[in-house]
Design a protein around this ligand. Structure first.
Ligand code: FAD
Length: 472
């Protein structure tokens, strides 16, 4: 009874895509989840953070309302209500996810999955002490067998060396995203994607925010122009940004010591909470891997382009592989892994391609990137068009930011942008890069007017010396 075609360990986005695709194709599938279905993404990541950013955005709109002729004389931020809405959104999305799995007749087991051997999994039943309305347990170990096992075990926050998480003033993103009271002040260690999103949320809602960043600019993975702009915008909101600083200590009163990497400068920052957001690391049970002979590195479980581990019958997908810490990459890996399992012997397998991955930072305004900015600029044309030249942005007075393109042989090879709703315009550029579309063909396609998306056509026309709607 407990034999499955496939057991998926982990009910996050990568486990979800793999299990649904397999079940859709007639496979008997079990998902084992030790926490909440939906994984980090639904419960502590994408969903709650974007729910809170929406509240932060509303605050920004209200603050600007007078400029648009709408006088708002007084308003209050009710953080309890923001937290309630966030929790309700998370619960609804989690329930939808569970419902989807059940719709596809996927069995959900609640508990810790231990791989005993190839094809053998024990689910250690156990009760959680958090709200568990939608869960069911029997507190007994369950033995499962399967032809294939997919490890979709996700990632956890990295802790800087020498820092112990036991300090009550220290929080990781899971805890900060679940809080019910607004901290008066918040120190964020790490000015990457997660750090900047939290700085956006909490500075807009009224916390005094400080960012400590080891590198010499925040969002250092992006083009320097973007780092400069977002630094300016956050500083205008009162965020203090220390770049080139390393957190060395947090004392029992919550005072963080940060040392400058370039001189003897030391800053002492006292805040109600300190978030550690210096990155995430794959969840890998090294003991279990050693016992099984499963290859792993510090980054995660080693997989080939087909999502195979070194052990036949065991696969890994999502953050656990250390290839990326993005839900959409995990979803794609899950789908490809499932499709490869579904193939008959001898059929050509589908390989994962990591070359074209769109990434979004949900700051206000948003930041996006896709493609690889070339190191050698020979024959590369770089075009930068400010949103102030886009009619929709001009009408709505959302001219902050720009679109920057790297073009070679009439093909876009990389794109980065900062601006209002740029998360919604990046897909066109992603498709162009992935499909290696000739930009001379794209400019022939009608784009709706006036839209933010028109900036792509405008920038391509500009690159071809054919811009008809603006000049620089
Ligand atoms: C604050 C924050 C915001 C984010 N925002 C975005 C965003 O906007 N867009 C984006 O693309 N990404 C975002 N991410 C990243 C995204 O959440 C992850 O990339 C995504 O969740 C990875 O999916 P996954 O399925 O690989 O793993 P996870 O979502 O981590 O799921 C893994 C699951 O496996 C379970 N598990 C682990 N070991 C076992 C075991 N032995 N037995 C049973 N269950 C087990 C865990 O409990 C977990 O539920 C964000 C992350 C954070 C922290």
């Amino acid at each position: 009874m407990n034999h499955y075609d496939v057991i998926v360990i982990g009910g996050g986005p990568s486990g979800q895509s793999a299990s649904v695709r397999l079940a859709q194709n007639g496979k008997k599938v079990a998902v084992v989840e030790r926490d909440f279905i939906g994984g980090i993404c639904v419960n502590w990541g994408c969903t709650p953070s974007k729910a809170m950013i929406e509240s932060a955005k509303i605050v920004e709109h209200i603050r600007e309302a007078g400029h648009y002729g709408v006088e708002v004389n007084d308003f209050q931020i009710n953080f309890n209500r923001i937290a309630e809405r966030r929790n309700a959104v998370v619960k609804a999305v989690r329930e939808e996810t569970e419902d989807l799995l059940r719709h596809h007749k996927i069995d959900i087991y609640q508990g810790e999955a231990i791989i005993e051997a190839v094809g053998k999994v024990t689910v250690k039943g156990g009760k959680l002490d958090i709200d568990a309305e939608t869960m069911h347990y029997d507190n007994k170990d369950v033995a499962l067998t399967a032809d294939h096992i997919i490890m979709a075990t996700g990632s956890a926050p990295l802790i800087p060396p020498g820092i112990t998480i036991e300090n009550p003033f220290l929080v990781n993103s899971n805890r900060l995203i679940s809080i019910d009271e607004l901290p008066d002040s918040l120190t964020i260690v790490g000015g990457g994607v997660i750090g900047v999103e939290f700085a956006t949320i909490f500075s807009n809602l009224g916390s005094k925010v400080t960012i400590i960043e080891f590198l010499d600019r925040i969002v250092a993975g992006m083009d320097e122009d973007i780092s400069i702009e977002i630094t300016k915008i956050l500083e205008e909101k009162g965020v203090k940004i220390l770049t080139g600083y390393r957190m060395t200590e947090i004392d029992d009163n919550g005072v963080v010591t940060a040392e400058c990497r370039h001189n003897d400068g030391i800053d002492k920052i006292h805040s109600s909470m300190t978030l550690l957001s210096i990155g995430r690391q794959a969840v890998v049970n090294s003991e279990l891997c050693d016992r099984l002979g499963l290859e792993f590195t510090q980054r995660g479980i080693v997989v080939d382009d087909y999502l195979h581990t070194n052990i036949p019958g065991i696969y890994a997908v999502g953050d656990a592989t250390g290839k990326s810490i993005l839900a959409h990459v995990g979803i794609q890996q899950g789908l490809i892994c499932a499709e490869n399992i579904l193939k008959s012997e001898g059929e050509e397998l589908r390989a994962m391609n990591y070359d074209v991955i769109p990434a979004v930072i949900y700051s206000l305004p948003e930041i996006v990137s896709v493609g690889i900015v070339p190191e050698v600029m020979t024959d590369v044309q770089v075009v930068k068009v400010p949103f102030s030249k886009n009619l929709r942005a001009a009408i709505e007075e959302r001219g902050t930011g720009f679109l920057k393109l790297w073009i070679k042989d009439y093909k876009v090879i990389a794109a980065q942008a900062m601006g209002f709703v740029v998360s919604e315009i990046i897909q066109e550029l992603t498709n162009m890069i992935a499909l290696e579309t000739d930009i001379r063909e794209v400019v022939k396609i009608i784009h709706p007017h006036p839209t933010y998306a028109e900036i792509t056509k405008s920038a391509l026309e500009y690159a071809l010396n054919q811009a008809v709607d603006f000049y620089l």
